[in-house]
Ligand binder design. Structure first.
Ligand SMILES: Cc1ncc(COP(=O)(O)O)c(C=O)c1O
Length: 290
């Protein structure tokens, strides 16, 4: 029997932003500290865990399940079939399936939406970031029957800013004119160069990603004193000093999220820099351990 009020589900390690409602479905406690109270009845379920999702959907009245098709924090890729099956479960239980494509969308993964890689058709899809190439804009895209607000019910002063909208239209032209394919092509090239890093560098546990959304998992296999988190931060700094901007994502992942205009030569530069950093770091760690 179902009990409890209508709630929302989100995934462990999820990141959906730092505004009030987004924080209510944020899987990282560090971001939430100091901002309570949150929206009631938002509950976590582990990413990639269908059993737990099904159990919870059966137990209570769930309004929506919100998930990033590829989690930005850690660049976590869904297990085969997970998203489609999760969407099917949501449909069966009357919950709305929301795909947050703020980071993974707009061509980044080599398709316009990451959902397409997984045969996923969400009820609602959110987009921002790359949508207007840096100008502020966000979009919520949904089936017509869900968009039944009366005119003006969800207006805001800066919503639909004409300059941002013009930038978004120009961005879409560029994506359709070749940048989505470029993301797929250069992403595949990067992955082919980085695939053997776990074999070559003891501090690389895994390289994963799709298109130009790539994560390098840093591990601490050498018994060095620093945690993998510190090793990752050190790599980000070393790369910065050599002219490459990378970002940490999650606990111990180094994230590569280059602009979609990147070419093969620039990708090779990034690989060379990171390989040099990994080699140097490995040598230093070996010396420290000796
Ligand atoms: C997946 C995802 N959703 C939502 C957001 C939040 O977007 P904004 O900063 O525009 O609120 C981000 C930002 O990093 C994100 O990566």
């Amino acid at each position: 029997m179902r009990h409890g009020p209508a709630g929302h589900f989100y995934c462990q390690k999820a990141f959906h932003g730092l505004t009030y409602a987004a924080l209510s479905v944020n899987g990282d406690e560090n971001f939430r500290e100091g901002f309570t109270p949150f929206l009631p009845d938002c509950r976590q379920t582990p990413f990639n865990d269908l059993e737990s999702l099904e159990r919870e959907l059966g137990r209570r009245d769930v309004a929506a399940f919100v998930v990033e098709p590829i989690q930005g924090k850690g660049v976590n890729i869904p297990a085969p079939g997970y998203l489609r099956e999760a969407a099917r479960l949501c449909r069966r239980h009357g919950a709305i399936f929301i795909a947050d494509e703020v980071q993974s969308g707009m061509g980044r993964t080599g398709k316009l939406w990451a959902s397409e890689h997984f045969g996923l058709v969400p009820d609602i899809l959110t987009s921002a970031k790359g949508i207007a190439s840096g100008l502020p804009l966000g979009a919520m895209i949904a089936r017509a029957e869900l968009m039944d607000w009366p005119a003006g019910a969800h207006a805001s002063t800066f919503g639909g800013n004409p300059v941002s909208v013009a930038a978004a239209l120009a961005t879409l032209d560029l994506l359709e004119g070749g940048l989505v394919e470029n993301a797929a092509r250069v992403g595949a090239h990067l992955m082919s160069r980085m695939r053997d890093w776990p074999r070559r560098f003891p501090q690389v546990g895994e390289v994963r990603g799709l298109g130009l959304m790539i994560g390098v998992e840093i591990v601490d296999r050498l018994g060095a004193r620093e945690s993998a988190h510190d090793l990752r931060d050190q790599l980000v700094q070393m790369a910065f000093e050599r002219g490459l901007l990378a970002l940490g994502a999650g606990e111990s992942t180094l994230r590569l999220s280059p602009p979609l205009v990147i070419g093969i030569q620039q990708a090779d530069f990034a690989c060379r820099v990171l390989e040099e950093c990994l080699r140097r770091q490995d040598r230093t760690l070996c010396r420290t351990a000796a």
